[in-house]
Write a protein that binds this ligand. Sequence first.
Ligand code: AP5
Ligand code: MG
Length: 212
Amino acid sequence: MNLIFLGPPGAGKGTQAKITSEKYGIPQISTGDIFRKAVADQTELGKQAKAIMEKGELVPDNLTIELVKERLAKDDVKAGFILDGFPRTIEQAKALDNFAEIDAAINFEIDKEEIVRRLTGRRICSNCGAIYHITDFPPKVPGICDKCGGKLYQRDDDKPEAIEKRLAVYTKQTEPLITFYSSAGKLRNINSSINPETSEKQLIDIINSIKA
Ligand code: AP5
Ligand code: MG
């Protein structure tokens, strides 16, 4: 089962990718997480990506495509994978078609006002990557992860100016993928504006229909 999670920033792709990954035993491949780790580890890739990400722009296609191609060559994707945040340009989508067969591109639909509210309140565990929201899904102890005790942090690109830029980049460069995957007969929409349980239920229905 090879899935793409497509949608604007803050739509809930990462939240659902973690749940789906654990439930079905297939890896979540988040290009954003991979880039953030590279930045934290100060690798060559991280040095190239840092300023681009802080501004809310996209890392160049050639770097991103190569990274995903290498990741999908590993053994753990044999039973399937979830691409969380890739592809996000038409060029990336066309490249992906050359090295992977996709079952469905799941499009997470959500209103813009809700995106801003979700992103400004998001906090992430620096150790295990668990995702919280300061009012909707707060940790039991402020600033500390319930699951592993790690310290929570706010992403550099979850500041208002970077959020605006990310939304503009999404509209210009990523939204055309909705038509791309619809034309390929692979697009499946979910309403991601209600709550995580409702998103999860819609996803399970889609996955069951793919497996049937
Ligand atoms: P990336 O990390 O992919 O960020 P993004 O696409 O902007 O999406 P987010 O991670 O912000 O949101 P999400 O949909 O995962 O939402 P989440 O589940 O966390 O990319 C970051 C950067 O890396 C890019 O800007 C770019 O620079 C670079 N990059 C990455 N991939 C690239 C590529 N392919 N090409 C080029 N550059 C690339 O949820 C958000 C909040 O909402 C949380 O607080 C959560 O608790 C809450 N929430 C989630 N679901 C719900 C729900 N259903 N109801 C209520 N609240 C919810
Ligand atoms: Mg994410």
